[in-house]
Write a protein that binds this ligand. Sequence first.
Ligand SMILES: [Zn+2]
Length: 225
Amino acid sequence: MTLAINAVYHGFKVLQAQFVDEISSQAYIMEHIKSGAHLLYLANDDDNKVFSISFRTPPADDTGVAHILEHSSLCGSRKYPLKEPFVDLVKGSLNTFLNAMTFPDKTMYPVASRNDKDFHNLMDVYLDAVFYPSFYQNRYTLRQEGWHYNLDSLDGKLSYNGVVYNEMKGVYSSPDAYLENEAMKALFPDNCYRFESGGYPDAIPQLTQEKFEQFHKTYYSPENS
Ligand SMILES: [Zn+2]
């Protein structure tokens, strides 16, 4: 099916159309009229259907808020109030790709499947996850995925724990990571690339529930996708 310039399909207006030889795909740039969401549609013969929603998420500090948000979005949502929908999808879906990634300036949520029904289900779970996450109600999500205090016994040593906190401690156990972080700070002293979007272990405990929610409200909107 060929889409016509300026025509509207399911609320999306076609702004630009071009064939891309390198990937044998007809590309369309579209805009959702109601929300302002941008859509890049690549039509081709591949039976692997792929969908990804991505947001511009430039960090303003080293707390890893974008990374912790990426983890936390997939910890239950309005329509899918499960503990870990992501883990259940990995086990039960026919997906050929399922993940989420945080970059220095954006966050991506890609899914793929060769089964049409499964593909639509994956899209629905992911879209509900990014726009209606449960972490506004469940304040344990940030503590689990980000950071919390840990005390094994009353006279034990108080320490930090958390999924992303531990993950980033692993990353910064390598001297290369320190070197890269210092290089980024020196190269980009006045923009978002000087920050560690994944979270710098010493800075992660500065993230509060309020700052966390504010980041989601600021960047997880259709017009920023
Ligand atoms: Zn992670």
